[in-house]
Design a protein around this ligand. Structure first.
Ligand SMILES: C[S@@+](CC[C@H](N)C(=O)[O-])C[C@H]1O[C@@H](n2cnc3c(N)ncnc32)[C@H](O)[C@@H]1O
Length: 259
């Protein structure tokens, strides 16, 4: 892809979708864009961007593609087991009501998984759960509690499915009890201000395409948003470079604790 073409796409993504591609790694993003153009059937980016400008549905599809919404309940089950058996009990000892943020929550499985675990560990107790994403389409699906595929719910136990999901499926929908406990909100992690006072921040599989600078800025933001002793839960392949210098201590695989 010519540099001018990439610049044009970046300008259009900013003005039409409010996405700043400067925060995403060039090589991967260009590769994704190339394959998207082929799939779209358009002969050039000029033609495709004209379509995006004119058609709100195409705009939504392009936005979904750029932000990559893949998610699943209890994705990476071993880490979620550790969250349930070690991390959450530790946090609950310090504060009976937790303030939790699922940052980059996509279509919702992550905050719903958190809500399920908290309900199992502290039945009926009210915790504060914030779930944010840049992508309005994904948030709409999260708020609608589904639909979720059989793959999405693969790691949900039969007992959890019976208690927290609507009967039937696939497709699966989360039942009425959980959503009232989650506030879904649109928020751009590389631009927006964030709240603070969190006991736990979960940000998994979101920063993989971010530049090193964007990642470092985000981890600083998370550090400021956590209470002392608060925990950050990251994705399986994600590490915080020089964690200690950034005010975090490693707290088991995929977990960091604010020092
Ligand atoms: C692959 S999904 C991960 C979902 C979930 N955290 C998980 O691990 O299953 C990545 C999500 O990050 C969101 N995202 C990407 N860049 C973002 C940004 N700058 N601000 C907020 N969300 C962003 C995307 O919209 C997408 O829903």
């Amino acid at each position: 892809m010519e540099p001018e073409t990439y610049s044009l796409i970046k300008r259009s993504a900013k003005s039409l979708l409010d996405i700043n591609l400067d925060h995403y790694k060039d090589v991967q993003m260009r590769r994704r864009l190339d394959s998207w153009l082929v799939r779209s059937g358009a002969v050039s980016w000029t033609e495709y961007l004209k379509r995006v400008r004119a058609d709100a549905e195409e705009r939504a599809r392009f936005r979904d593609y750029l932000t990559i919404n893949v998610s699943a309940f209890f994705r990476d089950p071993e880490r979620w087991r550790d969250l349930r058996e070690r991390v959450l009990p530790g946090l609950l000892k310090a504060a009976p009501r937790l303030r939790v943020w699922s940052a980059g929550c996509s279509i919702g499985p992550e905050p719903y998984s958190l809500a399920i675990l908290l309900d199992e560990l502290t039945p009926g107790r009210r915790h504060t759960l914030l779930a944010t994403d840049l992508d309005r389409g994904a948030l709409a699906r999260a708020r609608a509690r589904g639909p979720f595929t059989a793959d999405d719910v693969e790691n949900v136990s039969a007992a959890q499915r019976a208690q927290y999901f609507q009967p039937g499926g696939p497709p699966f929908f989360v039942g009425e009890a959980l959503p009232r406990r989650i506030e879904f909100r649109e928020h751009n992690l590389v631009a927006g201000e964030s709240e603070d006072g969190f006991d736990l921040i979960v940000c998994r599989n979101v920063v993989i395409y971010f530049t090193e600078a964007a990642k470092a800025a985000l981890y600083r933001k998370f550090h400021a948003a956590l209470k002392p002793g608060g925990v950050l839960f990251v994705g399986g392949t994600e590490i915080i470079p020089r964690a200690l210098e950034n005010g975090f201590r490693s707290y088991g695989i995929s977990f960091y604790r604010k020092a």
